[in-house]
Design a protein. Structure first.
Length: 647
């Protein structure tokens, strides 16, 4: 101990006592002169013996204490201890200034103690930093977060919580959560869930809440809870989260609405498609005999829409001669015993004694319970059947007329040319059924095939009328048309047949092709006939690709040419003069009038139809017709290659 009281026994004892204290202690007289200090002050504050007798302002460490002399005067005057934090470089001290008096004497000075709290302050600063850092992170979270005690009283929240609920920290501190938001979260199960969660028995199950907020209006929230615990501390807290799912709910509602609208739209398309194609659908659950019909099927059978349908009721409409046919086909037995698809044709005998012809296709499937169920389509083919019967009669007449008179050309032309659109009707109807049987049904595709069916039916009627006009040398219906567009329609009509023949079709339709004037139906019949002839010519080919190229191009300045090139067997040079004659054919079962009719059509269009042998294999058939007057070239759509089968 360094002091100015050396030699005084009592002072010496005090010196030894103070030197054992590890806290720096400095005695300052009333005139602010250092009277003495202990060893800890010398070691900790850097004081030396030379500092005794010096004023505080002359000692650097004491001079750095703010307003030291002023505080000492205040302590001497009031007799009340003063305390403050003091930072000296990297060190922190808690400085206490206490009044100093001996016995009953007046206060003679002050005692300064310096408690080093650097380590504590560092840990406190770190804790404060981490707390503020965590708080800053939580304040960036858009969803409200709040920490509550086990009894659901709010302890703290993030900025989003106070902003969303339009409350302050002071207003909510210690308030039960179920009292916030006008009781929106006062669920009977909420406290029970908290207790179960804190007891570790069950996780908290999120709760969906509807609440009207002052600023945001009505929102949908998911309330969740997660227990919080700090190692070494028994006090527990719960983090409550509020996830705003309003946008998601609105999106889901909008999606559901769109789906519902799309479903209604699809149902409307399906209903209209069934009406146009005279096709009804039904399902049959075999185990329960539950049968569900579409409205169109009710209309076909002429039953009241919605009435319960049974197998017995169906049999009351089936023609008596066909009931046994259905039994022979073992429709019921097959359905009950297996899961095979099947197809059948039968007749209906209506109450007015009229007859309808039906074509049905059924597909076996399994429902969710694994039970056998049939999905079927039934088409009213009465019109087609009548047409087929008319066609059969025409063919019969053709055989007689061909032997008796040259007028057989007319009947033969009708029989041949009507058969082509009827084939398209059959193909499109079958395609429609497959699309409707799909899961889910391809309504857009079915609708398109129905349109093509109607188009082909109209075309069959047009063909008959215009072929009569053609052979009767009557005027035809002419219009300006795009030959490329007409060709694409024929390609679309022929795709199924070409695919079945394994033909690879490449369409090379020329750019800047001008319009032509002609009868669209007749020109398309020519194109279709050339395509089918080319496919037939390659039917027996198996050593090379069945390549078929259809090409359009401009010729000279006023003509358009269409050619069909195949890789088939070709023809003999001597046949070139006969192949356009009526009834000449090299095909088994052929009628021999297709090329004859085609040449007549092209000649009526002031054009020319010819054939040529290819250099390697096959043949090329082509025709050219004049451009429409005063037409400008039109750009053509570049057509991709259509792969119709394996090469």
């Amino acid at each position: 101990m360094t002091t100015g009281f050396q030699g005084i026994p009592a002072a010496i004892d005090l010196i030894h006592i103070l030197d054992t204290i590890e806290v720096p202690i400095v005695f300052v007289r009333r005139d602010f002169v250092i009277a003495c200090f202990n060893k800890a002050a010398a070691d900790g504050l850097g004081l030396s013996a030379a500092d005794v007798g010096r004023t505080c302002r002359d000692v650097s460490v004491l001079a750095r204490l703010p307003r030291l002399e002023q505080q000492c005067r205040q302590v001497i005057a009031d007799g009340v201890e003063w305390r403050a934090d003091f930072r000296d470089g990297d060190r922190w001290f808690v400085v206490r200034i206490s009044p100093c008096s001996i016995g009953d004497r007046p206060i003679s000075g002050t005692v300064l103690t310096f408690t080093n709290v650097t380590a504590f302050r560092a840990s406190t600063d770190q804790a404060i930093y981490e707390r503020e850092f965590t708080k800053a992170i939580l304040n960036t979270v858009a969803d409200p977060l709040v920490v509550v005690s086990p009894d659901l009283r709010i302890q703290s929240g993030n900025r989003a919580f106070y902003t969303t609920f339009s409350v302050s920290r002071d207003e909510t501190q210690g308030v039960p959560l179920d009292e916030v938001g006008n009781g929106a979260f006062a669920f009977r199960t909420l406290r029970a869930q908290f207790e179960e969660m804190l007891a570790g028995r069950h996780a908290f199950q999120p709760v969906e809440v509807e609440h009207v907020f002052p600023r945001k209006g009505q929102r949908t929230l998911i309330l969740g809870a997660h227990p919080l615990s700090v190692p070494g501390h028994s006090q527990r807290r719960v983090l409550v989260t509020f996830q705003d799912i309003t946008a998601r709910k609105q999106a889901e509602a909008a999606k559901d609405l769109r789906s519902e609208k799309e479903l209604r739209r699809s149902e409307a398309f399906l209903t209209e498609g069934q009406r146009l194609s005279l096709t009804g659908t039904f399902s049959w659950k075999v185990a329960t005999d539950e049968i569900t019909w579409s409205e169109q099927l009710y209309r076909i059978y002429e039953f009241e829409v919605g009435m319960p349908v049974t197998l017995e009721l169906i049999r009351t409409r089936v023609h008596p001669e066909d009931v046994s046919l259905l039994e022979k086909m073992k429709m019921v037995d097959q359905a009950r015993g297996g899961s095979n698809d099947f197809e059948w044709q039968y007749r209906l005998l209506m109450p007015d004694h009229s007859i309808k012809y039906m074509h049905a296709v059924a597909h076996a499937t399994r429902d969710r319970d694994g039970q056998l169920e049939y999905i079927a389509a039934v088409q009213d083919v009465t019109v087609r059947r009548i047409s087929e019967e008319a066609l059969t009669r025409a063919r019969t007449e053709l055989a007689h007329v061909a032997r008796a008179t040259t007028l057989g050309t007319l009947t033969a032309s009708i029989a041949h040319e009507v058969n082509q659109p009827l084939s398209g009707i059959i193909t499109n109807a079958s395609t429609c059924l497959r699309m409707l049987d799909a899961d889910p049904p391809n309504v857009d595709g079915a609708r398109e095939t129905v349109r093509r069916t109607i188009r082909d039916a109209d075309r069959a009627s047009d063909v008959i009328t215009r072929l009569r006009a053609l052979f009767g040398r009557k005027s035809t219906t002419t219009e300006s048309l795009d030959l490329n567009e007409a060709t694409r329609e024929v390609i679309a009509l022929s795709l199924s047949e070409l695919q079945g023949s394994g033909v690879i079709l490449r369409a090379d339709l020329g750019d800047d092709l001008p319009l032509v004037t002609g009868d669209r139906v007749q020109l398309q019949q020519v194109i279709l006939n050339l395509l089918r002839n080319a496919a037939d010519a390659m039917s027996g080919i198996d050593d090379r690709p069945k390549q078929l190229v259809i090409r359009t191009e401009r010729v000279d300045d006023d003509g358009v040419c269409l050619s069909v090139q195949d890789a088939g067997v070709g023809f003999a040079p001597e046949d070139i003069d006969r192949m356009f004659d009526a009834f000449y054919t090299t095909k088994s079962g052929g009628m021999g009038i297709g090329l004859s009719v085609s040449r007549s059509i092209i000649e009526r269009h002031r054009g020319r139809l010819w054939a040529a042998r290819n250099d390697d294999q096959g043949a090329t058939f082509a025709f050219s017709i004049p451009c429409a007057p005063d037409t400008k070239p039109r750009p053509a759509v570049i057509e991709p290659e259509h792969a119709m089968g394996k090469p």
